[in-house]
Design a protein around this ligand. Sequence first.
Ligand SMILES: [Zn+2]
Length: 217
Amino acid sequence: MTLLSYLAGLTMVPHKTPVLFQYLFPQYLWKKKTEEKVIYLTFDDGPIPEVTPWVLACLKRYRAKATFFCVGDNVRKYPDIFQMILSNGHTVGNHTYHHFNGKTTSDEKYLESVRQCDDEFNKHQVKSDLFRPPYGRIKASQRKALPDREIIMWSVLSKDYLKTLNPAKILKASIEATEKGSIIVFHDNLKAYSNLSQVLPEYLEYFHQLGYRFHSL
Ligand SMILES: [Zn+2]
């Protein structure tokens, strides 16, 4: 078990990814080095009609660009919502077809799921080199089998999916963990929506007021 998977399994996972990880796993992108007031927003697990269009409308208000790590099966089910992400000028990345946990999935099954997600993207004439392993869990053997991918982790985990945290707590912790060049994870899934719907507008407004811009990867 790697240190990352060990820590990710703890309930007390910090909102801010320990800097140590960037040294232990330099092959992954955790944040971008910049002196500019830029935040990289990422949304995992969509696209779904119940949440993704709402996220897109929020982003539009701030002319914010984001990266959506899409589950291939959702792209298949909701091609119009996927198309909506693209037509709004956002970037998409592969999040496997089945939302597999790499640590508990055979390499063969895992890599097939990555390919299947690519296939769904291809139907929209989209090719993406960006890959985010679901749960941040991937075996070294799987990573090595995906040499042309840029593996995107995060420096801020909003924990919007945690029912035990209220929106005010999530907002405060996410703001405190954010710095220039941060990559923050939100989720356009049903589990996160009750928190996300309150946290995202406030988070965007807070950093907008401070002069930050929101970019895709
Ligand atoms: Zn996910």
